[in-house]
Ligand binder design. Structure first.
Ligand code: SF4
Length: 426
């Protein structure tokens, strides 16, 4: 199957999924309006009776309450009618999209068993097969893309993902399509030097570098909500990173000025081995939320199958620069205090802040006290700081040497060789 056909089928899959989700949304809206109409209808006879009797009113002004209930009933009837019409349109669109996807698949005769995806399961099978085949052809994918965005936190997984994408893009003769994007979540929440390192990592390959930033940073968001995010509600990632990056999709598509739908490949340095929820993701997926008629956005995880040691091996082999925080054996270059980090990692982060003279532990503990919400369900940041003080008193300040991260993962010889090569490139 040629690439144009593959992308055409993926677009049909996207249209079909989007029609189905509009259909479900309209169905929910119709159900909600019908329920409200039913309860407004039930209130009317009771209020009419109240108006005819005395001394039994449970409302101050029964006449006004009855008029309100009549209005509510009429409004709900209109809403239910319009949601029902929306559902009928969405259902027809969904049927049409499924049918045209089925016809196209049958015509290509290459995805056996999924020729008539009239059910969601069959469409997913077709989608999974098409994307798995594309993920196995990185250079072809890059050649087909109008733009390739690499989301970089400057962390170890991002830098390896970037290096891989650059190698494939060079081989495909498309390096000019690659843009590195860094989401700034606030200087008071990030380790010093993160943004500059992300920029240097992009400049090493001569790539365009873009910084996206929400109007309110991580701490501002927590202050405003009065709550810390958690693993189930990762508003920090969705609001401060994903939504801001999505604005860049619009800008880049505008810049491209194409007269057809643009294929945007959005690369993230996430790995299956990091967590069970990440394991459930795919190497390549349609970003249904960010895609529309003007752009088909594919999310690509170029380091999805790598282990942590593989990552360090690629960093060492390709002499990639990494942030010194890793040398203190803090495993992720995330926010200084990440809501997903373990107790011990947070304790180590507090102690590193003290060595670096950062005010962050106090800023976070003060915020925690002000909003009255614990940093994590299991423990507060105040408890983390108390434990850090205890360990500091027993062990003294933490120390580290450049190369300790590689020493820890790959051994002394690998660290010495890496540092030697790094010095030569400086
Ligand atoms: S690093 Fe952790 S706290 Fe920071 S934005 Fe990501 S998930 Fe949220």
């Amino acid at each position: 199957m040629d690439l144009t056909t593959r992308l055409h089928l993926l677009e049909l899959v996207r249209i079909s999924a989007s029609a189905e989700s509009s259909c479900r949304a309209a169905e929910r809206a119709a159900r909600r309006a019908a329920l409200r109409r039913k309860s407004a209808a039930a209130a009317r006879p009771r209020l009419r009776l109240t108006l005819r009797t005395t001394g039994c009113a449970d409302v101050e002004d029964p006449a006004r309450a009855l008029a309100d209930a009549e209005r509510e009933y009429d409004a709900c009837a209109v809403q239910a009618e319009s949601a029902g019409a929306r559902w009928r349109r969405a259902f027809t669109a969904s049927q049409r999209a499924d049918a045209s996807l089925g016809e196209e698949l049958a015509r290509t005769r290459e995805l056996s068993g999924s020729a008539k995806p009239r059910r969601k399961g069959a469409r997913l099978t077709a989608e999974t097969a098409l994307l798995a085949e594309l993920a196995a052809m990185p250079e072809t994918l890059i050649r087909a893309a109008a733009a390739i965005l690499v989301q970089s936190s400057a962390g170890k997984d991002s830098v390896v993902a970037l290096d891989r994408v650059v190698r494939w893009a060079k081989a495909a003769g498309c390096l000019d399509k690659v843009v590195v994007v860094h989401a700034d979540i606030g200087q008071d929440a990030e380790w010093p030097g993160v943004r500059d390192l992300a920029q240097q990592q992009a400049e090493r390959y001569g790539l365009r570098f873009e910084v996206v930033k929400a109007s309110v940073g991580f701490l501002g968001m927590v202050e405003k909500r009065g709550l810390w995010p958690d693993a189930q509600n990762r508003l920090c990632t969705s609001t401060l990173k994903r939504d801001e990056a999505a604005k860049l999709f619009t800008q880049i598509v505008d810049e491209l000025g194409l007269d057809k739908q643009a294929l945007i490949v959005n690369c993230l340095g996430i790995r299956a081995a990091e967590s069970p929820s990440r394991r459930r993701k795919h190497e390549l997926a349609i970003d249904h939320r960010a895609s529309n008629g003007r752009r088909l956005v594919l999310t690509w995880h170029p380091v999805f199958k790598l282990s942590e040691s593989d990552i360090w091996q690629e960093i060492a082999d390709n002499t990639l620069d990494y942030h010194p925080v890793y040398d203190t054996l803090i495993p992720r270059l995330s926010c200084i205090f990440c809501i997903l980090a373990s107790f011990d990692v947070l304790v180590r982060a507090v102690r590193l802040c003290w060595v670096l003279g950062l005010p962050t532990p106090k800023t976070y503990v003060d915020l925690e006290e002000r909003i009255g919400h614990r940093f994590k369900n299991q423990f507060s940041l105040a408890e983390v700081v108390a434990e850090a003080s205890r360990r500091e008193a027993a062990e003294g300040p933490i120390t580290w040497r450049r190369g300790d991260a590689i020493r820890h993962h790959l051994g002394d010889d690998a660290a010495a060789a890496y540092l030697h090569r790094l010095a030569l490139t400086a």
